[in-house]
Design a protein around this ligand. Structure first.
Ligand code: GDP
Length: 305
């Protein structure tokens, strides 16, 4: 709760200071206030489409020109944002357990370089291990030596095995090895890192498809989860990346990182609404403990609390 509050501090400050300015001296919610509210949301990186949806709903609620004070407007905004997050995110699914028929539970992690993919994998491995689960990591981002090294460092830090091959090896082959090792050792969870090269959509699609095909051959039904990692501090860029990755492969969950130190936390609301994919994790710092399961109620409470 503390980490969440602290992590969302800047977003909260920014939304509320803008909101206060928008309603200052106003005695009713008219078009002008709605326009300003729209501006508040758009500049908080909620995204234009989601913003318009929220504004429409609020407009319906305040029979126009009726007096609504700043407090009431804020409550309405809070309720509409909570409602939007509820449509796409369940508080229940977020708490992770390995289903009986999905062992090992296989996650493939995708995302552009630099968004915090490796860090998120390390933090996840730590969380799973803390729950008493055995974890295998697969270094299938074989294009950057640094990526394999980084994952290796996280593996050592957390105390979980990292399956790797030499630089430039076939990522699908690394996935193959990782799943086989995990299976042979009766592991609970497998997390596969992948290369985040976006320079060519067809290449990206082919690469991810190939890795998935190999996985499902070793263990039918895998990957169980394709987790797309997005850097929340990049705001609209994160939307763009979500668009490209969801076009290239079936993404089943999102992790939004670096929400600490940014005022662009509204991106979580917009992305979850636009892509209809649950946000399952949020990154709130560089430390091993700074990844939280996304709980919509806590998120809204923290933002408006
Ligand atoms: P990758 O290239 O996607 O694997 O990115 P890395 O995992 O190497 O992370 C890139 C940088 O972002 C590193 O300096 C991380 O410490 C940092 N980082 C990752 N997640 C977070 C987060 O939630 N908050 C902050 N502040 N930094 C993060």
């Amino acid at each position: 709760k503390e980490t969440l509050d602290k992590g969302l501090e800047k977003t909260k400050e920014s939304i509320f200071s803008k909101l206060t300015r928008a309603v200052a001296g106003k005695s009713k919610v008219d078009d002008e206030v709605l326009d300003e509210l729209e501006e508040v949301l758009v500049t908080s990186d909620v995204g234009v489409d989601t913003t318009l949806k929220i504004i429409d709903r609020i407009e319906e609620r305040v029979a126009k020109d009726k007096y609504v004070n700043a407090g009431e407007l804020t409550s309405m905004l809070r309720e509409e944002i909570a409602a939007l997050l509820t449509e796409n995110n369940s508080d229940d699914v977020a708490e992770f357990t390995v289903p009986e028929d999905k062992k090992p539970y296989v996650m493939m992690v995708v995302g552009v370089n630099g968004v915090g993919k490796t860090t998120t994998i390390g933090k996840l491995a730590h969380q799973f291990k803390a729950k008493g689960l055995s974890v295998y990591l697969g270094a299938a981002d074989t294009f950057r030596a640094a990526a394999v090294e980084q994952l290796d460092i996280w593996g050592q830090r957390v105390g979980v095995p990292v399956i790797k091959q030499k630089m430039g090896a076939d990522p699908a082959s690394v996935a193959f090895d990782t799943l086989n090792s995990a299976k042979a050792n009766n592991a609970d969870v497998v997390i596969i890192d992948t290369a985040g090269r976006l320079h060519n959509k067809v290449n990206l699609m082919n690469e991810l498809t190939k890795i998935k095909n190999v996985m499902s051959k070793v263990i039918p039904g895998t990957p169980h989860e394709v987790l797309l990692v997005l850097d929340g501090s990049t705001g609209q860029n994160a939307f763009e990346q979500a668009k490209q990755f969801t076009a290239a492969t079936e993404v089943t969950a999102l992790a939004v990182t670096k929400l600490d130190g940014t005022a662009k936390g509204g991106v979580v609301i917009g992305i979850s609404d636009q892509f209809k994919i649950p946000v399952k994790y949020i990154g709130l710092g560089e430390g091993i403990e700074d990844l939280q399961v996304f709980r919509r109620k806590e998120f809204v409470d923290s933002l408006f609390g």
